[in-house]
Design a protein around this ligand. Structure first.
Ligand code: GH3
Ligand code: MG
Ligand code: MG
Ligand code: MG
Length: 309
């Protein structure tokens, strides 16, 4: 069953990506021979390089050696699992260390499997394909649960989860966190004038504008509800948040999307509210949400198409 799924992917011209990490080139070569035909193979001989490649190339699977000079496989695995950009990539340890407590520890820090060296090519392939398939199923599930169907942005459910998560992260590191709340101006009239399908298209265009405008990998864009959007900017203070908000308004302005019935037209515009803080032990993220809402309301009442904080 697993094997069939990989064959189907290959037939569609899709090669899943596997990252092989080992300090010994000979081991990499052996594993490469196992995967090269049906997979897109990436290789790293140090932990540092592995982490950088994983972030950049988003492999579907990582085969990880444990004993390596400088950063060992355990540390690589811990860091992969701690980073939101790599936490869902399955890690399989490939190692000559076959003691049960070593194996148990590997599972504890987030590995999905263990393969003993010297490797048996058929076993490695079978296990890799099994985990790969599970990963692809999980990706689908996460997409259904977390993405908004219309715009492809993260949805409100994911907003709630990531707001809490990033709040705690910024509190731990005593770094600022900023939130932008956005609402399309006179959007009811847009629908009334251009029709609901055109309204949907407009929301999709705004969503891609948000995505294209945010540059840091940690920045997150959401469809908060109907014609409301949010951007969560960890490690960002007021200055950074104002910069992002203005960049969003500028990018939208440059598109010149017609809105003939807007009081401040003739183009589609947004109102934005900004809030930011350095989270404290006593504080809560609900205050951030409340402050961003208040600021958004200010932008609306001050004439729309503007940023308030
Ligand atoms: P304001 O400038 O004060 O924000 O005015 P507004 O008309 O944008 O605000 P209001 O809340 O009255 O209207 C929001 C509109 O957004 C009404 C609703 O039909 C529309 N809307 C919400 N979700 C969707 C959607 O998924 N697709 C489309 N086409 N329209 C949507
Ligand atoms: Mg080694
Ligand atoms: Mg609204
Ligand atoms: Mg609106």
């Amino acid at each position: 069953m697993w094997k069939k799924m990989l064959e189907e992917l290959n037939q569609q011209g899709i090669k899943p990506r596997v990252l092989i990490v080992d300090d010994q080139p000979i081991n990499i070569r052996l594993l490469n021979d196992v995967f090269t035909e049906q997979f897109d193979v990436l290789m790293a001989t140090t932990g540092e390089k592995a982490l950088a490649l994983a972030k950049e190339q988003q492999p579907d699977l990582i085969l990880l050696d444990i004993i390596m000079p400088e950063m060992d496989g355990y540390e690589v695995c811990r860091r992969l699992k701690a980073d939101p950009l790599t936490e869902f990539i399955p890690v399989i340890f490939v190692t000559a260390e076959t003691e049960a407590d070593v194996e148990a520890y590997g599972f504890e820090i987030g590995a999905v499997d263990f393969i003993a060296k010297p490797i048996n090519p058929a076993v490695v392939r079978a296990r890799a394909i099994t985990h790969l398939t599970l990963k692809l199923y999980m990706d689908n599930m996460r997409n259904i649960a977390w993405l908004d169907g219309l715009t492809g942005l993260l949805n409100r459910r994911r907003f709630d989860e990531l707001l809490t998560k990033n709040w705690l992260l910024c509190r731990r590191e005593q770094r600022p966190i900023a939130l932008l709340m956005m609402d399309v101006d006179f959007f009811k009239r847009y629908n009334d004038h251009y029709g609901h399908l055109a309204g949907d298209d407009c929301l999709r265009t705004i969503a891609s504008t948000l995505k294209a405008t945010l540059h840091r990998p940690a920045d997150l864009a959401f469809r908060y509800g109907g014609e409301e959007f949010a951007c969560l900017l960890p490690f960002t203070d007021e200055k950074g948040a104002i910069f992002c908000a203005n960049a969003i308004l500028e990018a939208l302005k440059a598109l010149e999307l017609p809105h003939a019935t807007s009081d401040i037209g003739p183009f589609v515009t947004l109102s934005i509210g900004i809030a930011w803080t350095i989270p404290t032990q006593a504080g809560s993220w609900t205050q951030l949400l409340h402050d961003a809402d208040t600021a958004l309301y200010q932008s609306k009442s001050a004439g729309r198409n503007r940023v308030s904080s």
